[in-house]
Design a protein around this ligand. Sequence first.
Ligand code: NAD
Ligand code: DAU
Length: 363
Amino acid sequence: MAILVTGGAGFIGSNFVLDWLKQTDELVLNVDQLTYAGNLENLAELKDDVRHYFTKGDIADSHLIGLLLSENRPRAVLNFAAESHVDRSIHGPEDFIRTNVLGTFHLLETVRNYWQNLPVSAVKEKITGVCQEEFRFLHISTDEVYGSLTKNEAAFTETHRYEPNSPYSASKAASDHLVRAWHQTYGLPVLTTNCSNNYGPYQFPEKLIPLMIVNALAGKPLPVYGDGQQIRDWLYVKDHCSAIRRVLEAGKIGEVYNIGGWNEKPNLDIVHAICALLDEFRARPDNRSYREQITYVTDRPGHDRRYAIDAHKIERELNWKPTETFETGIRKTVQWYLERPDWISNIISGNYREWIKTQYTLI
Ligand code: NAD
Ligand code: DAU
């Protein structure tokens, strides 16, 4: 059997593919457009692994995705592919609409066509491979679709109203609605997950945690937006991956699962934690704290004040729990970046895009 993963060269997608192939020998078809956020260096250890089949491509390319589906007959499609950075969506929303909305639409249509032509279980006995009843479309989404919470409001449950505030979250909200509609209207067996902020290995250094680590080490300012008291709910990326595996394995068709680790923290606390770890692991030559590099900058327009995930449903119904606390996860993360100066410098120099060409034959 096989699964098809989209966006598997990005941060969460590449962590998912690496983890998946540590747990099972099931083939992974990985389709990624390799935008600035796609980095095949994340998957370098799979270069000669026959269980990983990489294709450069767009989720909106129905011909390509259709071929991959019909030739390999995966039992599931997991949609990680997206434009994912809120700040970029503010400066240039069009790519977000193109990939997150239109791309998801085209992907759903291609997958629907594939799924409708799969055998039903009654005739499957005579055919090897997946049948309609076994197939799943798992859409990976975000807690940002729910909008912003005030200080004392209860955390987001799966029935919280949708109130997206940025072009990014609006585009993800639209994609969630499309996925829901393809289930209600056509019966496509979908699952949706809405997760809180991830952190860990291979995160592109435009997002808060890797940006702070990379800037601190380079002696650059650590830009904190506004008062730094915005709250995010942090989950170590490997825990997100284990939750997705669990939802794929046991999630109920048509259901939504919120994923989070009960780790609400103000941004400034995160930056302080990173500075303290860097002070411990790699003290500045002048022995002063990295905290001295913190710089308060103009706030993000429409900045959501607080996110918090109520993860009771996935814990109760699917018996999932995260393994890392924020303290263990952030320690591992800072250590990981300290041990990967080449991965960082290849991104900063842009060489990671050249490196890709030497590793894979791109079609
Ligand atoms: P990322 O930006 O690191 O990776 C996205 C990947 O998708 C990249 O490899 C990129 O090349 C690829 N891609 C973009 N457009 C594509 C297209 N049209 N066709 C094929 N591939 C395309 O993002 P991430 O942080 O790994 O997020 C992955 C998914 O998880 C996204 O859907 C995001 O909305 C969701 N999510 C992210 C977080 C988080 O904290 N990072 C939290 C919750 C949910
Ligand atoms: O909540 C899930 C979402 O988390 C995902 O859906 C998104 O794909 C992911 O990018 C992330 O969105 P955020 O906007 O929360 O993440 P970001 O790392 O960009 O910012 C985290 C917080 O830190 C946010 O309040 C803005 C602030 N920030 C960010 C950067 C990059 C700063 O103060 N300074 C910065 O330089």
